[in-house]
Design a protein around this ligand. Structure first.
Ligand SMILES: N[C@@H](CCC(=O)N[C@@H](CS)C(=O)NCC(=O)O)C(=O)O
Length: 255
């Protein structure tokens, strides 16, 4: 049997995305949690600290979108990127990577140490600690460490920081609804693709794991109906976070 391992933090959007690729394709895999203060212990063999890392039968690769294409090569059933739609998928995937996923880091890029940001940071540290226990002083400092993380600073270079965070969220929600259109899946495809799997876990995990009170994305009727459709293709916990950390089941948010 083919051995598949996904290395990464359950709190990383790129790792969650590849987790959903695997769930959607029905591939059995092992999630290997990476300790953010000692990534070398698990992914030292890659020569870097970037996650996700996907390993199939001992060969490892990085870059989440490319991992989707690699999974289709090795496991052609239930394609994430059907060849006839490749051009359209590539174009929207660029929007997802450069705009949608990037925007998740805006909290940390803005760098205002509000109480709201601190709570978010502490909760992220608690979720990480469910897999790789972090020392108390590191958990305590996690919000500050997030603000200083070089890869997050680097993401800020690719954002238009003259647009407010709120305006950015509204714009991106509208752009996502436009990509879904009449559906049933992103770009009007009849079956889900890597596009749906890249976006879906990001919208639901904060609600499920104590980062947001209500499922805010479900306020938009087009996005809510799409989430209800996508959820049917995934397990009830489509994230990589430990079930015992769940605060609210997704079924409640999508009811
Ligand atoms: N373009 C990459 C981005 C991956 C990425 O930014 N990963 C972050 C975690 S969210 C990371 O590993 N940062 C630590 C580092 O790069 O050293 C992908 O799509 O996989």
């Amino acid at each position: 049997m083919t051995s598949v391992k996904l290395y990464g933090y359950a709190t990383s959007p790129f790792v969650r995305k590849v987790g959903c690729f695997l769930y959607y394709k029905g591939i059995e895999f092992t999630h290997v949690p990476v300790n953010p203060i000692d990534p070398r212990a698990t992914i030292g063999h890659t020569g870097g600290a970037q996650v996700p890392v996907l390993e199939i039968d001992g060969e490892y690769r990085r870059e989440s979108s490319e991992l989707g294409l690699w999974l289709d090569e090795v496991f052609p059933d239930t394609p994430l990127c059907p060849p006839e739609h490749a051009a359209k998928i590539t174009a929207i995937d660029k929007w997802i990577s450069d705009t949608f996923l990037l925007s998740i880091f805006r909290f940390a890029v803005d760098g205002d140490m509000s109480l709201q940001f601190a709570f978010r940071g502490w909760r992220l540290a608690a979720l990480l600690s469910a897999h790789t226990p972090l020392p108390e002083h590191v958990r305590n400092k996690w919000p500050e460490l997030l603000l200083m993380a070089p890869f997050i600073q680097e993401m800020g270079q690719h954002m238009d920081l003259t647009e407010t965070h709120k305006d950015m969220q509204i714009r991106i929600t509208m752009e996502l609804a436009a990509h879904i259109g009449d559906g049933p899946y992103i770009s009007g495809f009849d079956t889900p693709t890597m596009l749906d799997m890249a976006v879906f876990p990001q919208l639901v995990w904060g609600y499920m794991f104590g980062l947001e009170e209500s499922l805010s994305a479900a306020q938009h009727p087009v996005i809510k109906a799409w989430m209800q459709r996508v959820a049917k293709h995934l397990p009830s916990n489509p994230t990589l976070v430990a079930d015992e950390m769940m605060v609210k089941p997704l079924s409640e948010g999508l009811a």
